[in-house]
Design a protein around this ligand. Structure first.
Ligand code: AP5
Length: 216
C-alpha cells in the first residue's frame, strides 16, 4: 500500500502512523521525524530546517522534496510506504506524483484525520515524545506509567519546542493556508478517504484500519 496521512498538527498522524505501518507491514516515513533527527545530529539539513520548524513555518519545498525523493528510492519503500507529514503543499503533492511516476509507482490512498482546532491545542500542549524510540505519549490522554519515562524502551520523554501555544496557533494558520488545499486536490483525484479522528486512540486506529483495508 502506498499511503499518505494528512491532517492538522496534532491530529494524531504520528500516533496512528505507528500502528497503521505495523498493521500493513510498510515503512513509516515522517518528514518531521527526519528533520528532528537531523536537528539533533547537527547536520546541514538540520540547521536549515530548524529555523523554519522553530517558527512553525514550513521548510522550503525544494529542500523537503529532495529529501523525500532520496528516501523513497530506498529498498524498504519499493513495495509500499506510509508518508506522514508529506506532502504538505500542492507543489509538494505534484512533486510526489513525479517521483512516483519516475519509480513506476502510484499513490493508492490518502487518509485524512479530521479533528477540530480546540482538540488539536489540547493534544499538542500535553504531547511528550521519547528521545530514544520516538514513541508519542500524552500526559492526560495516553500517559506512560512512570512520568517522563517511555513504557516501550525506558527512554526519556521530551516536549517539542514547536508545541508552545503561540507556535501551535501559527502552525494551524499555516495548515489552513498551505496544507488544507491538498484535501480538494486529492478528492478530485478520487484517492481521498476521511475518518473522524476524535475519541480514544484505539478507536481511531480501528477506524483507520477499516478504512484502509480495501487498499491493502
Ligand atoms: P511534523 O512533525 O510533521 O508536525 P505536524 O504535522 O505539525 O504534526 P504533529 O507531529 O504536530 O502532530 P501529529 O498529527 O503527528 O500528532 P501526534 O500523533 O503527535 O512537522 C513539524 C515541522 O517540520 C513542521 O512545522 C515543518 O516546519 C517541518 N516539516 C515537516 N514536514 C514538512 C513538509 N512536508 N514540508 C515542509 N516542512 C515540513 O499527536 C499529538 C498528541 O495528541 C500526542 O500527545 C498524542 O499522544 C495525542 N493523541 C493522538 N491521538 C489522540 C486521540 N485519539 N485522543 C487523544 N489524544 C491523542
Amino acid at each position: 500500500m502506498r499511503l499518505v496521512l494528512v491532517g492538522p498538527p496534532g491530529a494524531g498522524k504520528g500516533t496512528q502512523a505507528q500502528y497503521i505501518a505495523a498493521q500493513f507491514a510498510i515503512p513509516k516515513i515522517s518528514t518531521g521525524d527526519i528533520f528532528r533527527a537531523n536537528v539533533s545530529e547537527g547536520t546541514e539539513l538540520g540547521m536549515t530546517a530548524k529555523k523554519y520548524m522553530d517558527a512553525g513555518d514550513l521548510v522550503p519545498d525544494e529542500v523537503t522534496s529532495a529529501m523525500v525523493r532520496e528516501r523513497l528510492k530506498e529498498d524498504d519503500a519499493a513495495d509500499g510506504f506510509l508518508l506522514d507529514g508529506f506532502p504538505r503543499t500542492v507543489p509538494q503533492a505534484e512533486t510526489l506524483d513525479e517521483i512516483l511516476g519516475d519509480l513506476g509507482q502510484g499513490l493508492d490512498v490518502v487518509l485524512e484525520l479530521v479533528v477540530d482546532d480546540e482538540e488539536v491545542i489540547r493534544r499538542l500542549s500535553g504531547r511528550r515524545t521519547c528521545r530514544n524510540c520516538g514513541h508519542i505519549w500524552h500526559v492526560d490522554f495516553d500517559p506512560p506509567s512512570r512520568e517522563g519515562i517511555c513504557d516501550d524502551c525506558g527512554g526519556q520523554l521530551f516536549q517539542r519546542d514547536d508545541d508552545k501555544s503561540d507556535t501551535v496557533r501559527h502552525r494551524l494558520e499555516v495548515y489552513a493556508e498551505q496544507t488544507a488545499p491538498l484535501i480538494a486536490f486529492y478528492a478530485e483525484k478520487g484517492v481521498l478517504v476521511g475518518i473522524d479522528a476524535t475519541g480514544p486512540v484505539d478507536d481511531v486506529t480501528e477506524r483507520a484500519i477499516a478504512a484502509l483495508r480495501p487498499f491493502a
